[in-house]
Write a protein that binds this ligand. Sequence first.
Ligand code: GRF
Length: 210
Amino acid sequence: MSEQGPFRLGVLGSGLGSNFDSIAQGCAAGAIPADITLALSDVEDSGILRSAKALGVPIRYIAPGKFRTKLDETAEAEYIAALQEAEVDLVVLAGFMRILKGEFLKAYEGRVVNIHPSLLPSFPGLEAWKQALDHGVKVTGCTVHFVDQGVDMGAIIAQETVRVRDDDTAESLLARIHDAEHRIYPATIAMIAHGEIELRGRRTFQKVDP
Ligand code: GRF
């Protein structure tokens, strides 16, 4: 954690940035006791960077390098340096479409969170809401989890269920999952910023005052 001042978030995204918006609103309203000190993207014209710029949040675009699904070594070092420069306490992945690996996770061990559009461990990977619909589940949802070396594997912090309706399309289901994401991601980040989340093995617990 930074030595003085509020808890600091660095938000990484590649797309629309609707989760970024809900987190930024939470910070502005005081529901999340934190400041977003950097919005960082591997996509130069991403919605997240446009939103952040409009809100006056510092933004950086850093090219991901030569790989399609992860950062190359040079890019990884630049991402770490940018987050360190912004004195980020918690790295928040909000639709960041690159897998983060060794050096990054070493630099921010236990301090990277992600949101995934299914009830993990069901349907990890891409287009999880479509996987759930195609599988025929009756309940799906979203999951906030710590990020570790595995893809969508880290310890689960929070989940919200979303019922699948008979007339759902992939789009209608995703819209309700997004609504749930916009509730649980800011609420979970607030708990982390308050120091309320404790990790023991694969399980997380919300500390309660005696
Ligand atoms: C969300 O559905 C999240 O679960 C997934 O990526 C999507 C990002 O959406 N990891 P947005 O860019 O926050 O609108």
